[in-house]
Design a binder for this molecule. Sequence first.
Ligand code: ZN
Length: 246
Amino acid sequence: MGIKVTVWNEFRHEKSHKTVQEVYPDGMHVVIAKFLQAAGYEVGTATLDEPEHGLTDAVLANTDVLLWWGHMAHHEVKDEIVDKVQQRVLNGMGLIVLHSGHFSKIFRRMMGTNCSLKWREMGERHRLWVVSPGHPIVEGLGEYFEIPHTEMYGEFFDIPQPDELVFLSWFQGGEVFRSGCCWHRGRGKIFYFQPGHETFPIYYQKEVQQVITNAVRWCAPVNVVNFRDMAQAPHHPEPLEKIVIE
Ligand code: ZN
């Protein structure tokens, strides 16, 4: 069985902004879904304006890894859906948060911090350095790769220290940024990846596709037999060994 992926996209800029429409005529979720499908994953998509934002209980139950791109309408995402996604992550579903998803309700919920950062939209050059060369997410990459035109995101990025830092970025204007970060929450794994500003064709770039493809594999749940639901962990177990109190 392949890994089951759901690509969630807010899908608003593509409908309202001419430049974004030209870059992603069918929405960036479609572009992302296509390269993940080509990599052998079972891929579906979901968008904000669908009922339950496309994230019904059935869809969530059938998702191993959820990708999240949002920007202008974070506040429109219903809290009850965020609650459900959070519990799925704690129970093992992988979560990949892309670019401006740093301010999404779900990412801030999982981090517990503001997730604020510096930004500048001048189309400057971006160089991503691999700082965990043994990590599965960098499989197939070189020492670094560059995105020719992008939006700058700079430190301080208000996140908890990542469990693993995979990419450290430099921008032409001089800022640096932790652009590829991994965390564990409950049984789930979370990867934040900075590239993806909507007015540039970033999700067509092969290195970016490689990273996201690798990240899906890294984030996929691990099968643990008979592990309890994280919301109902046993609080009062019988001892496994006979306890003799002297
Ligand atoms: Zn952006």
